[in-house]
Design a protein around this ligand. Structure first.
Ligand code: PEP
Ligand code: MN
Length: 338
C-alpha cells in the first residue's frame, strides 16, 4: 500500500503517523521525501490495513493498494492448486473435471433417487439438491427442509454419490453435519456471520458468486471462511446481473481464468442459473471447461414441467446425458478427465 501525504506536513507529524502505522498493523513503513510531497510505502502484510481509516487521516492525500486485500485465497502466497478430498476419496481441483448434478430442490424420494441414479450413469460424481430454498417470493415453495436433507442422504446411500446442499442461516447449520459439501448461495455470499461460522466447520464449502458481486468481493468472502479456519473452499461463478434480458443472468466466463490466476481455490461454473435456459446449458458448460473450470454444477429434473423450483432451466436426464458427451469432447481437448 502506498500513502501520499498532503503538502507541507511537519516532520514530527510524519514520524508520529509512521510509528502509528508500524505499531497498529505490525508492518514496516518506508518514507520517501520528494520535491514537494512525501510518500509512505507500507511493507509486509497489509491485508488488515483499513484503507478508509487511513484515507480519513488529516495528513493523507491519497491511498493506493498495490497488493490484494485477500491473503489466504491468494495464489501469490499459495502457488499450488488447493485440492479438496471428500470422505469417499473424490478429489476436487486436482486437474480433473468434477460434474455435480441434481434437482434444484428435493421434492420427494422418487424424484431425487431417480435423478441421482440417472446423473450418476451419465458421469456426475456429486449429487446436488436444495432442502432450504432462497426464493424471491415468500409464497413460492421454500424447500422440504430437514426432510429434504434426509431424502438427499437416502439417495447418497443408494448411489454412493456425495451430496451438496445450500445452507441459508447459522441456525440451520447444525442440520448439515452429514452433508458432504455445504453450499452458500448467491444471496448469502456476503452474509458475513454465516461465512465466519462456516470457517469453523471442517467441511468443504461451495461459495457462489453474489448476483452483483465483483470478483474481488467473491474472494474476500472466501477469505472470511478461510481466515476463520476452513481452507476448503470452492468458488462458483453462476452468472451476474447485467442489462441483458435474454438470459436469467450473464455468465461471466472471464471470471474463470481470472479466479484461477488470482486464487489457488477450485473454480466451478453453474450454467443453469447463469442462463436460465436448458439449451444454453450445453454450450455454456463447454465454454466453462475450455476456460479452465474445475467443475460444473448443473440442474437436472426427471420432470421439469412439474418441478417445484427452477423447472424452466432444468435438463431432463436425457439432455444431461447428451450435454456430458459434448463436455467430454472439450475436457479431452484441454486434458481433463471426467
Ligand atoms: C441453487 O443452486 O439452486 C441456487 C439457488 O443458486 P444461486 O444461489 O446461485 O442462485
Ligand atoms: Mn435452482
Amino acid at each position: 500500500m502506498i500513502i501520499v501525504l498532503k503538502n507541507n506536513i511537519r516532520e514530527n507529524e510524519i514520524t508520529a503517523f509512521r510509528e502509528y502505522l508500524e505499531k497498529k498493523y505490525n508492518i514496516g513503513v518506508h518514507v520517501s521525501t520528494g520535491h514537494d510531497s512525501v510518500v509512505l510505502g507500507l511493507i509486509g502484510d497489509t491485508s488488515a490495513v483499513d484503507e478508509d481509516s487511513v484515507k480519513a487521516q488529516e495528513i493523507v492525500q491519497e491511498v493506493k493498494r498495490v497488493q490484494e486485500p485477500y491473503k489466504k485465497s491468494n495464489r501469490k502466497f499459495h502457488p499450488d492448486n488447493t485440492v479438496i478430498t471428500l470422505e469417499n476419496g473424490l478429489k476436487i481441483g486436482d486437474g480433473d473435471l468434477t460434474l455435480v448434478a441434481g434437482p434444484c430442490s428435493v421434492e420427494n424420494e422418487e424424484q431425487v433417487t431417480e435423478v441421482a441414479q440417472a446423473v450418476k450413469t451419465s458421469g456426475a460424481v456429486i449429487l446436488r439438491g436444495g432442502a432450504f430454498k432462497p426464493r424471491t417470493s415468500p409464497y413460492a415453495f421454500q424447500g422440504m427442509g430437514v426432510d429434504g436433507l434426509a431424502l438427499l442422504k437416502k439417495a447418497r446411500e443408494k448411489t454412493g454419490l456425495p451430496i451438496i446442499s445450500e445452507v441459508m442461516s447459522v441456525s440451520q447449520l447444525r442440520l448439515f453435519d452429514d452433508v458432504d459439501i455445504i453450499q452458500v448461495g448467491a444471496r448469502n455470499m456476503q452474509n458475513f456471520e454465516l461465512l465466519k461460522e462456516l470457517g469453523r466447520q471442517r467441511r468443504p464449502i461451495m461459495l457462489k458468486r453474489g448476483l452483483s458481486s465483483t470478483i474481488e468481493e467473491l474472494l474476500m468472502s472466501a477469505e472470511y471462511i478461510m481466515s476463520s479456519g476452513n481452507e476448503q473452499v470452492i468458488l462458483c461463478e453462476r452468472g451476474i446481473r447485467t442489462f441483458e434480458t435474454k438470459t436469467r443472468n450473464t455468465l461471466d466466463i472471464s471470471a474463470v481464468p481470472i479466479l484461477k490466476r488470482l486464487s489457488h481455490l477450485p473454480v466451478f461454473v453453474d450454467p443453469s442459473h447463469a442462463s436460465g435456459i436448458p439449451w444454453l446449458v450445453e454450450p455454456l458448460s463447454m465454454a466453462a471447461v475450455a476456460a479452465g473450470a474445475d467443475g460444473l454444477i448443473i440442474e437436472v429434473h426427471n420432470n421439469p414441467a412439474k418441478a417445484l423450483c427452477d423447472g424452466a432451466q432444468s435438463l431432463t436426464p436425457a439432455m444431461f446425458e447428451s450435454t456430458v458427451k459434448s463436455i467430454r469432447k472439450i475436457a479431452d481437448a484441454v486434458g481433463k478427465r471426467i
